[in-house]
Design a protein around this ligand. Structure first.
Ligand code: NAP
Length: 395
C-alpha cells in the first residue's frame, strides 16, 4: 500500500476503512482493530499509528474494497500525509524477555527505614578551569537488597538536622551507573553530583545535600532510599535509536545508558543486550572543562563510529546564530531535520534530563522540522509520549 501526496482539496468527502495492527510496543497486549474514518481524520490517524509503531492498512475507500491490500493504490490523500508503511516496520515484540514496568524495582527502601550504604569512592569529574564542583560518588550496597536499573534515581538523606532541628529531607539524584555498577561487579551505585551554589541576601549559600555528598569521605555511612522512577528506562530493543539531550549533571542517566551500550565490560556482562542502534548525545556545559565523562565518550566515538554520535553546546565558549550563548536547543535547531527524521522511525526514543529551560527551544526546533513535512508537532509530541518514546526528567 502506498499513500501518496497530491490532492490538496479540503473538500474530499471519501471515507477510508482501515485495519490497525497494534504490535504492542511499550505495552504488553497485541490487538487488531478496524475503523472507518473520514478523509479529514486520516492524516492524524496515520501520524498516530506511525508514532506508536503500529501497522495500518487501508482495506476500502467509500466502502469499495481494495482488491489486494498489499498492492492497492488508493486515490491520493492530502499533501504531507505520512505514508504509514513508507516508515520502517515497528520493532517486533522483544526477542528476549523484556523488563516490563511491573518488574522494575521501586521503593525497596523508604525514608523511615533507609538502606545504609558505605562510600567507596568520591572524586571530581572536572578538570582545571571548570566552574564549580561536580563529583562522582560511589556507594557499596552489599548487605541489603538495594538494586536498580539504568534511568532510575535514588534518594539521599544527608546527616544532621535543619534549622528547626528536624532530620533533613531526602534529595533525589539520577543514578549515573548501570545496574552492574562502575566496577561491573554488581552491588554498587554511583551518582554525579554538582555542589549547588547560589546567592541569598548577598551571601553565597551551598546546597545541604550536594555539599554533604561532595565533601563525604570514603568509609562514611549514608542513608539511601529508593530506587524510584520509571520515566527514563531504556527500551530493551538492541536496535532502538536513542537521542539524548543533557545539560550539566543531567548527563547522569545518559552515562549509564552509554556504558550499557558501549563499555566492553558491560557488553560482556550483558549478552542479551548488544546495542546495535544509533545513539546521539547532545550535551550542554558552560565550559569545555565542565564536560563530564569526556574520555569515555571519546573512546565510544572511536570504538563505535557507526553507532555513537556526540554533539556539544559549550555555552560560555561558543555563540549561537543570534550571537547569544550556545545552548543545547541551538544545536537541536541546527540538526532539527535529521532529528525529526529519526523520530519518525518507531524505533527511536528521546531522553531529556537536566534544566527545564531547554524544553521550549527543543519544541520550537521540532515544530519547524515537523511543519516542513506538513505535520503538527503539538499533536505529535503527546503521541510520542503515549507511545513511551519521549522521556523527560527536568528541573
Ligand atoms: P551546568 O554544569 O551549570 O550546565 C548547564 C548548562 O546548561 C550550562 O551550559 C548552562 O549555560 C546551560 N543552560 C542554562 N540555561 C539554559 C537553558 N535555559 N536552556 C539550555 N541550557 C541552559 O549544569 P548543572 O548545574 O549540573 O545543572 C543541571 C540541572 O539539571 C540542575 O538543575 C539539576 O538539578 C538538574 N538535574 C536533573 C536531573 C534529573 O532531572 N533527573 C539529574 C541531574 C541534574 P550557562 O550557565 O552558561 O548559561
Amino acid at each position: 500500500m502506498r499513500v501518496s501526496s497530491g490532492n490538496t482539496s479540503g473538500s474530499d468527502s471519501r471515507t477510508f476503512t482501515v485495519v490497525i495492527d497494534n504490535l504492542g510496543v511499550g505495552r504488553s497486549r497485541r490487538a487488531t482493530r478496524q475503523l472507518t474514518v473520514p478523509f479529514q481524520q486520516l492524516q492524524s490517524l496515520l501520524q498516530s499509528v506511525a508514532l506508536r509503531g503500529d501497522r495500518l492498512k487501508i482495506i476500502s475507500v467509500d466502502g469499495q474494497p481494495l482488491a489486494a491490500p498489499e498492492a492497492a493504490e488508493p486515490a491520493p490523500v492530502s499533501e504531507g500525509a505520512v505514508a504509514a508503511d513508507a516508515l520502517p516496520a515497528a520493532p517486533s515484540p522483544a526477542k528476549k524477555a523484556a523488563v516490563t514496568h511491573a518488574d522494575v524495582p521501586v521503593n525497596l527502601y523508604k525514608p523511615k527505614d533507609p538502606f545504609i550504604g558505605t562510600v567507596i569512592d568520591n572524586y571530581s569529574l572536572l578538570v582545571e578551569g571548570a566552574i564549580g564542583r561536580v563529583n562522582q560518588i560511589t556507594f557499596d550496597l552489599s548487605g541489603g537488597n538495594l538494586h536498580y536499573i539504568e534511568g532510575q534515581s535514588i534518594g539521599i538523606i544527608p546527616d544532621g538536622t535543619d534549622a528547626n532541628g528536624k532530620r533533613h529531607k531526602l534529595r533525589l539524584y539520577s543514578i549515573a551507573s548501570t545496574r552492574h555498577g562502575d566496577n561491573v561487579e554488581d552491588g554498587t551505585v554511583s551518582l554525579c553530583v554538582r555542589q549547588l551554589e547560589y546567592e541569598k541576601e548577598g551571601q553565597i549559600v551551598h546546597g545541604v545535600c550536594s555539599t554533604f555528598l561532595c565533601d563525604i569521605e570514603k568509609g562514611a555511612k549514608v542513608k539511601i532510599t529508593g530506587p524510584v522512577g520509571k520515566e527514563m528506562l531504556l527500551p530493551p530493543d538492541e536496535d532502538a535509536n536513542i537521542i539524548m539531550f543533557a545539560t550539566g549533571t543531567g548527563i547522569a542517566p545518559m552515562r549509564a545508558y552509554l556504558r550499557r551500550m558501549f563499555e566492553p565490560a558491560e557488553r560482556a556482562k550483558n549478552p542479551e543486550y548488544q546495542f546495535a542502534g544509533k545513539a546521539w548525545l547532545f550535551m550542554g556545559a558552560p565550559k569545555t572543562a565542565n564536560l563530564l565523562y569526556e574520555d569515555d565518550l571519546q573512546r565510544y566515538l572511536t570504538d563505535f563510529p557507526e553507532n555513537f554520535r556526540y554533539t556539544k553546546a559549550i555555552s560560555r565558549e561558543e555563540n549561537n546564530a543570534k550571537g547569544g550563548r550556545m545552548y543545547i536547543q541551538d544545536r537541536v535547531l541546527e540538526n532539527a531535520d535529521e532529528i525529526f527524521a529519526m523520530i519518525e522511525n518507531p524505533k527511536t526514543h528521546v531522553y531529556m534530563c537536566g534544566l527545564r529551560g531547554m524544553e521550549p527551544g527543543i519544541d520550537e526546533a521540532m515544530t519547524a522540522a515537523a511543519a516542513a513535512k506538513g505535520l503538527n508537532w503539538a499533536e505529535l509530541r503527546p503521541q510520542l509520549k503515549k507511545a513511551e518514546r519521549w522521556h523527560v526528567e527536568t528541573y
